[in-house]
Design a binder for this molecule. Structure first.
Ligand SMILES: *Cc1c(COP(=O)(O)O)cnc(C)c1O
Length: 393
């Protein structure tokens, strides 16, 4: 019998959370009050000023037809204006900005534009799984760059062997970082630009959490660094900034060569974003209400973060508060794998967190807490943990 399913589908990793999902369903069926800190999806709504614009745009017949391949000029202009205002970065809206159906879409497709079979992409590990999956779909080989605590969860470029670097087409980076909550310095981004120049590769910076930060830390755009625009493409998203994960809108900015290649790919596989959504994107990024909305969002996550950090510390965890993203990345107590610990925690406390192994082999030994339930629920989760678990290293 011939195998119908493609090699590329068969090669996909088995769904790591299947086992934990089953345990959650069982717990819920037994009547356990489960607190879900697993999934990184904002729990608060899209701001009213954005919803109001959608209500208006969706009724206009001229928005119901296919959008232009390159995206609406108005949205590309709004992204460029936002980069100017927020990062002091100049972008040509016609050649350096491309709307995406959520940033995941662009991140998954960029490998098709640069990576041939036999080529290598440099992938941070632990990390967002899409970097490696996109690489393999295109026939490329991921080379993992470990993110470890001792190096503040920044990859060490000098640990990438020269022959690997020479075969590499893309390097993925992501700061503020999911899952570790780490943030990048300007010096680190500058080093990345030099590495990209030396080995002639493209940096793909995933900036999904560009507005989720605390303690006076302002996330940098990779494009703020000198020379970056020649070697880097940055993926931005409205998902986490405006609680719009379901709306599917993001963008790519930077290197003309990369934007042009991604544009050519996309015109052949998708037909762009609903025009009403692109106008909504203009509203989100240009309305002066953005500033106070983002301020409130940061304050909300900071409060929840502080509850978690204080709670874990009281249970014996040695842990520092993250300065970006809505995640806390914590070590598992001695004697557990990350999957065992997550199962144990669910059984004993009804609290669901994500095993670090789900983000790559170097995620083993950690678990991730998403700050996506309200402060009272977060307190409840911490009280349950303190009553049952004591950290030992
Ligand atoms: C959520 C997330 C994304 C995807 O965002 P969309 O724009 O909704 O596709 C990309 N990268 C990271 C690291 C994320 O956590």
């Amino acid at each position: 019998m011939k195998e119908l399913t493609s090699e590329r589908i068969r090669q996909l990793p088995r769904y790591l959370f299947a086992e934990i999902d089953k345990k959650i369903r069982e717990a819920v069926a037994k009547g356990v009050d489960v607190i879900k800190l697993g999934i990184g999806d904002p729990d608060t709504p899209t701001p009213d000023y954005i919803i109001a614009r959608m209500q208006e745009e969706v009724t206009k017949a001229h928005n119901h037809t296919y959008p232009p391949d390159e995206g609406l000029k108005e949205f590309r202009d709004a992204v460029a204006a936002y980069y100017q205002k927020r990062h002091n970065v100049d972008l040509d809206p016609d050649t350096e900005v491309l709307p995406l159906i959520g940033s995941k879409e662009g991140i998954a497709h960029i490998s098709y534009c640069f990576t041939d079979p036999g080529d290598v992409n440099l992938i941070p590990d632990p990390g967002y799984p899409v970097y490696g999956i996109g690489t393999k779909f295109a026939g490329g080989m991921p080379h993992l760059m470990p993110l470890v605590k001792e190096n503040d969860f920044l990859p060490m470029f000098d640990q990438v062997p020269g022959d690997v670097a020479r075969k590499s087409k893309l390097m993925f980076l992501n700061y503020p970082n999911n899952p570790t909550g780490a943030v990048a310095t300007r010096e680190f981004f500058q080093e990345a630009v030099e590495f990209a120049r030396k080995f002639n590769l493209i940096i793909c910076h995933d900036a999904a959490y560009s507005e989720v930060a605390f303690d006076d830390y302002e996330p940098l755009s990779f494009l703020e660094v000198d020379g970056s625009k020649d070697v880097a493409i940055e993926f931005g998203s409205l998902s986490k900034t405006f609680n719009m994960t379901g709306w599917r809108i993001g963008y790519a900015v930077g290197s003309r060569q990369a934007i042009e290649a991604l544009y050519r790919f996309k015109t052949n596989v998708d037909s762009g974003l609903f025009k009403a959504i692109q106008y909504v994107g203009v509203e989100a990024l240009s309305n002066p209400k953005m500033e106070s909305f983002v301020k409130g969002l940061r304050e909300m996550y900071r409060e929840r973060r502080d509850v978690v950090i204080q709670g874990l510390r009281q249970a014996g965890w040695p842990i520092e508060p993250p300065r970006g993203t809505f995640y806390v990345w914590a070590p598992v107590p001695r004697g557990y794998t990350s999957q065992d610990f997550v199962a144990h925690l669910l059984e004993e406390t009804g609290v669901v967190v994500t095993p670090g192994r789900g983000f790559g082999e170097h995620g083993e030994g950690y678990f991730r807490i998403a700050l996506t339930v309200d402060k009272e629920r977060m307190c409840e989760a911490m009280e349950r943990i303190q009553a049952t678990v004591q950290f030992t290293s």
